[in-house]
Design a protein around this ligand. Sequence first.
Ligand SMILES: [Zn+2]
Length: 287
Amino acid sequence: MISLITEVEGSSCRSPGGEGDEKDGKDALPVVGDELAFHQYANLGFIYTAGGTVNAVNNHGSSRISWVISTNSSSSSSQRRRLLKLRPAAHHLFVNRDKELSTRQIWEAIRPEAPKVVWHHLVWFVGRIPKYCIILWMVILDRLPTRIRLLRMGFAIDNDKCLLCNLESETRNHLFFECDYAGNLWKAILQLCGVNRRASHWDGELAWATHCFKGKSLITRVLKLALSSHVYWIWKERNDRLFGGVPRPWSTILEDVKAVVRIRLRGCSINVADPRNATLCASWNIA
Ligand SMILES: [Zn+2]
């Protein structure tokens, strides 16, 4: 159901498909998505969606119209409040404007701004693999549902042991570097990069990567891809075991990491005349 929920300003109060507003209603018919998304409508304004709610901001003269699609989702009301809060922040973009807006401009206008975190280049870099970097981002923020975290959240779990070694409690810090399984994998990855370094604790590895994985050299690109791959594949292996999958040795996971890095860098411009790059390509089978 589409319902008119408010008139922001102006004298008319129109509903989609209503008299004198057929074109507006038709063009503003919503695209419902689970993610917050914006859809630019030439000469009309824009429509944004979130969690099944849709808000269309139209800009004909002085009238702006907003609709929300009713949903049965429990998050509907909170999403609606969020959307309504966003509207004033975007209003100025549509005042006396003769050029079309891009979704980037709208996003830049309404997004909350905060200082860059020191590790941003480990997560958001050119050539990243989005689903890997999302997991890495969540790990850095300690938002993955590890067993210890679930216990802290009040879930009744009868076993808090790490699914990879079954020896220690499953915390973020243990799972990704301190566990022997993960430590061996990370050590092998570093050796492929020509780095002889023993994996330390989570904070130590993150600080080291933050400091060292800078620039655009091949080794940096490989290390950043390998870090996100390491975290992704460790979490996947953990989940596979949780849901009854056959445990795989870390050496098999290493082959997956190598394949991902190799495929990602295939076709990239690499100066193989540099002996360090040539060695790296040979280690990772990068053509
Ligand atoms: Zn473990």
